[in-house]
Design a binder for this molecule. Structure first.
Ligand SMILES: Cc1cc2nc3c(=O)[nH]c(=O)nc-3n(C[C@H](O)[C@H](O)[C@H](O)COP(=O)(O)OP(=O)(O)OC[C@H]3O[C@@H](n4cnc5c(N)ncnc54)[C@H](O)[C@@H]3O)c2cc1C
Length: 286
C-alpha cells in the first residue's frame, strides 16, 4: 500500500527505520528486532541506503525480505549523489516489479573521499531525484531538517530548497532527529508560512548512551537541551539509557498532544528503547 493513502485516511502514523546489516552474522539481530516490534503494527517500515550507495544490494534485499516475510508496508531509502539516471531507472523498474510503492528520495551525503566515488551528473539534489521518480508513480517521502541542514546557510534557505522537493512531487516529509520540540513547532510554522502543507512525520531517536550527545551534535547539528546533558553526564550506562527513554516518552507525548502527523523511530536495529517508549505513552500513536 502507498504510504500517501495511509496518510490520507489516518489521523497519524507510526513507522520504524532499520538499516541492512552488513555482516550475515548480524542478520539475526534485525530479525529479532522485527519480531519484537511487529505487535506495534507499524504503518510502514523503512530501510536505509548506505552512504554513497554502499549497501544498495543489501537495501533492496532487505526491503523485499521485510515486505514478503513480515507483510509490512515498506519504504526503501534511495540516495542519488553517486548514481546516474540509467542505474536509478533500472532500480525503479525492479522495485515496481516487486510491488514496492514507496521511496524516501534523498541526495545522500557527499562522500568525504569524493575522488573515489563517481559523483552524479544527473542528480545534484534530492529534488532532481524526486522529479525523476514521480514520473513512475511512486509515493515519495523526503527529508526535512527542523534545525536546518548542515550545509544550508540558514533555515529559510533550507526551507526554500525543501519546497523544490515538494513541488517536484514529494508527498510527505520525515524529519531529522531532534530533541527540542520547540524547534520542531517553529519548523512547522515556517513550513506553513511557505505554503508547504505536506504531512510531516517527526524523526525520533532516544539518547541511549552519553557518547551519542557529541555524535548527534556533530553529525546532525541538533540542539540537545543542556539540562538533559547535565542530567546524564558522568552517570552509568543504565542510568543514561533509562533517562533517554524517559526523555523521549515525554517528547513523544508532547508531540502527540500537539497533533503530530506521525512518529518515525530511528531504531538502529534495536528494539528495547522503542518498545519501552511505545509501551509507556499515554496517548495512542495511530
Ligand atoms: C529521514 C532521513 C533519512 C535518511 N536516510 C538516509 C539513508 O538511508 N542513506 C543516506 O546515505 N543518508 C540518509 N539521510 C541523510 C541525508 O542523505 C543527508 O542529510 C544529506 O546530506 C542530504 O540529503 P537530502 O535528501 O536532504 O538532500 P537535499 O534535499 O538535496 O539537500 C541537501 C542540501 O542542499 C541544499 N539544496 C537542496 N536543493 C538545492 C538547490 N536546488 N540549490 C541549492 N541548494 C540546494 C539543501 O538546502 C541542503 O543543504 C537521511 C536523512 C533523513 C532526515
Amino acid at each position: 500500500m502507498k504510504i500517501c493513502d495511509k496518510l490520507n485516511i489516518k489521523k497519524r502514523v507510526l513507522s520504524f527505520e532499520f538499516f541492512p546489516p552488513k555482516k550475515v552474522e548480524n542478520e539475526h539481530i534485525l530479525f529479532e528486532t522485527l519480531d519484537e516490534l511487529t505487535h506495534f503494527n507499524p504503518d510502514f517500515v523503512s530501510i536505509t541506503y548506505g552512504a554513497g550507495g554502499s549497501t544498495k544490494d543489501k537495501t533492496l534485499e532487505w526491503t523485499l525480505k521485510i515486505k514478503n516475510d513480515y507483510k509490512f508496508t515498506v519504504m526503501m531509502h534511495l540516495t542519488c549523489i553517486t548514481s546516474d539516471k540509467e542505474e536509478i531507472d533500472q532500480l525503479l523498474d525492479n522495485l515496481k516489479k516487486n510491488g514496492i510503492e514507496n521511496i524516501l528520495a534523498l541526495r545522500g551525503d557527499i562522500p568525504k573521499d569524493g575522488l573515489n566515488y563517481h559523483i552524479s551528473n544527473d542528480f545534484k539534489y534530492a529534488s532532481d531525484l524526486v522529479g525523476f521518480i514521480k514520473k513512475k508513480n511512486f509515493c515519495i517521502g523526503v527529508a526535512g531538517y527542523p534545525e536546518g541542514h548542515l550545509e544550508a546557510v540558514s533555515i529559510d534557505e533550507d526551507i526554500f530548497n525543501l519546497k523544490k522537493k515538494i513541488e517536484a512531487g514529494g508527498d510527505f516529509i520525515i524529519t531529522q532527529l531532534f530533541f527540542d520540540n520547540r524547534l520542531f513547532y517553529r519548523y512547522l510554522e515556517l513550513l506553513s508560512k511557505n505554503n508547504i502543507n505536506t504531512p510531516v512525520l517527526a524523526g525520533i531517536m532516544p539518547i541511549t548512551s552519553f557518547a551519542q550527545v557529541d555524535k548527534f551534535k556533530k553529525m546532525c547539528g541538533v540542539h540537545i537541551p543542556e539540562e538533559f546533558i547535565n542530567r546524564i553526564a558522568d552517570k552509568d550506562d543504565d542510568y543514561v539509557f533509562n533517562a533517554g527513554v524517559e526523555y523521549t516518552i515525554k517528547q513523544c507525548e508532547d508531540l502527540l498532544s500537539n497533533g503530530v502527523k506521525g512518529l518515525h523511530f530511528y531504531t538502529l536495529n534495536k528494539s528495547e528503547a522503542t518498545k519501552k517508549i511505545l509501551n509507556n505513552l499515554r496517548y495512542e500513536v495511530q
